[in-house]
Design a protein around this ligand. Sequence first.
Ligand SMILES: [Zn+2]
Length: 401
Amino acid sequence: MISLSVIVCSIVQLASSASCPQSIPTVSVVPRCPSNEIEWISAAGKKNCSALEKYQNCSKDRSFVYHCVLNKNATELMEVCAPIWYMSGFCALFSMTDRRIINDPVLDCTKFVPPCPTRFPSNESFKYQMCYSHIKLPTAPQSEKEEHTTFVMTVIMAVLVIIVILVISLLICIRINWKKNNNSRKPRCEKIAENVDELDELIIEKKDDSKEIDKISPVDVTTRKDVEEEVTNFETMSGKNILCSLKNVVTIRDLREKLSEKESVPLKCLLVVDKENGVLYQDATVFEPCKKERYTLMVGNKNRTQGFKEDGNVHTDVISNKQISHGKCQMCCGHFTVPETLFDWVKDKLPGSGDVELQCPRCSDVWEEEELVEKCNMSEDEKLFLNCVLEVNEKTKKMKQ
Ligand SMILES: [Zn+2]
């Protein structure tokens, strides 16, 4: 009875409908088909097959309608506008070659759970979802999402890599600059140090150094010019601070000149000393900015003769052997000298000598520290330095013994 009705139906369909070329342009592959009536109405509305109805001649009974069915090989789903085809218990397929809906004997949906009826209109295929169950749900949107995430991650990684490269480059630049700066200073200090080693002998030997200045190579002058814009702080023996620019300062003499000008002190009253070692820096000695703490300033008394009584007599200076009538001072042994000459003699004889006392060059009487301070009319700085010198000399003497 069933097979008879299928045959009848097929004959009716063959008579009423054959291929429909107008369906072909409406075919679109879709990831899924509507799974209920509401979705079906919505999808059919979008497809709007009724608008094409008047351009087709496949169906005369206004049944050129929306379908969502399998393709001929049952591998994909497609939406298509086509005349309604009555299915005889098989899943509906659209054949592009036949250009119409066809029955697929392989997909007998009467055997599915739930089963389809032995006869149903092709446009109601959404009711028989088992026909589509073998079609895998599309993964496209997810993979798109993944693709998007991957793209964003790639961009972030690229940006991070660029930032890291930039930071590393910046650090390298800073380091190179720092090294450059260091190198430009280092050789100068080392160079100066070499010169100082050579000149250290000069300090000990206490040569008259004013002629030695010419020996300083002009290279030193040029290598230093760039640094010395900066202002450096120097401390005096009595703890006063004096700021001085080191521009063009190459030797101790240069420094003294700068300081004496800045402090309005006569050049002879501004000496640079090494209080640790109890010695005076000689004018020809190269000034080393990197060993700044070794330099202490000694500001002297401008007017040493002030305060000594004049007796109007002429005496022989016990140190210089010159005849002196005024500005003289008498030592405890009775011999005369001039404060300035005495100070120069002290400065010449004591620092670096290892001697702890000074004797009268004529009678060999000892001139004590107190007397030297008084007769030289020493400034506070000079007193303090003399004290340092004698302390150092005392130590040297003990070490020798
Ligand atoms: Zn004497």
